[in-house]
Design a protein around this ligand. Structure first.
Ligand SMILES: Nc1nc2c(ncn2[C@@H]2O[C@H](COP(=O)(O)OP(=O)(O)OP(=O)(O)O)[C@@H](O)[C@H]2O)c(=O)[nH]1
Ligand SMILES: [Mg+2]
Length: 286
């Protein structure tokens, strides 16, 4: 067996979540085999097309998920994994299998390595690209990370960590739930640039999922870093404080009117807000 540093391809199980991917699943499995990956599990969400039949005809283990959504699919699949590492990969042929080697290269150093869709971005619909950007910025701000593509559908994660996750968030928030857990526990999370191809078959992601994921990022902040959450909420008081202080200043400078009580109130609010903000930043980065 060809070795990649100390970790071999046999130490990795490729988990492919599928929901009606008959156009892609065969190609995905063939490509994985060509790259030398033989531990493959298809976790199906009760496809009504030929997905399961095709996967089985290629000699791949097929299991059926408990519950609904991609999140529960992975929750089911991790119980069947016998290797120390898992690579989750969307089964729509968008993620080239050759990058798995690159993910493995970093697997000893990190708990999660994301394949960031840096090349072939034109294959992501414009609205999704925009939505992803907002989710990345929000996630990085709230979890103190510097990830380029937190919603990517291709990543390596240590099996024992994947087993310790709650899988409580909505279906497509799986990726942010995993990343939030790793970022706020060991913080051993990184990414590598990969290429994204045009999907085969029909897309399943609707626009409203973006908002659900955003809401879930905030819920996850509350779960993993409540101090930050409370402090960042407290720091919002800076906004009314600045409005009051500006008004006091304008009245004083242009009209010579002094508003002592408002000035004290504004300053107190500003001080509280700045203190809160400082504590929020400290709780995130220290
Ligand atoms: N088992 C299972 N797999 C799912 C479910 N929903 C989606 N998938 C699979 O999860 C992967 C990601 O879903 P996609 O539809 O590709 O979502 P996306 O990549 O965010 O968006 P598009 O590629 O633009 O549709 C694909 O392999 C889907 O077949 C589900 O409920 N259960
Ligand atoms: Mg996809």
């Amino acid at each position: 067996m060809w070795k990649l540093d100390k970790i071999s391809k046999n130490d990795v199980t490729i988990v492919l979540p599928t929901l009606n991917e008959e156009k892609a699943i065969g190609l995905v499995i063939d490509e994985l085999r060509k790259e030398g990956y033989n531990n493959i599990i298809v976790v199906d969400g009760y496809s009504s097309d030929r997905t399961v039949e095709i996967a089985r005809s290629k000699g791949v283990k097929v299991i059926f998920q408990k519950g609904r959504g991609k999140n529960k699919a992975i929750k089911t699949a991790v119980k069947y994994v016998k290797t120390p590492y898992i690579v989750v990969m969307d089964a729509d042929y968008t993620y080239p299998a050759k990058y798995i080697d690159k993910l493995i290269e970093l697997a000893e150093e990190y708990d999660e390595i994301i394949g960031a869709r840096i090349y072939g971005r034109k294959n992501i619909p414009l609205i999704n690209r925009f939505g992803n950007k907002i989710l990345d910025i929000t996630f990085n701000l709230l979890f103190g990370t510097n990830l380029k593509d937190v919603c990517s559908g291709m990543y390596l994660i240590k099996t024992n960590i994947a087993r310790s996750i709650n899988y409580e968030m909505s279906g497509f928030s799986l990726e942010v739930e995993l990343a939030a857990h790793v970022a706020s526990t060991t913080n051993k999370i990184t990414d590598i640039p990969i290429k994204y191809r045009k999907r085969k078959g029909k897309p399943k992601l609707s626009k409203k999922h973006g908002f659900t994921i955003l809401k879930d990022i905030i819920r996850l902040t509350w779960r993993y870093n409540p101090t930050f959450f409370i402090m960042i909420m407290g720091s919002i008081i800076i906004i009314p404080a600045l409005i009051i202080l500006s008004w006091v200043a304008i009245e004083l400078i242009f009209f010579g009117i002094k508003h002592h009580v408002w000035a004290i109130l504004g300053s107190t609010m500003a001080t509280a807000g700045i203190t809160s903000l400082t504590l929020a930043i400290l709780s995130l980065y220290l």
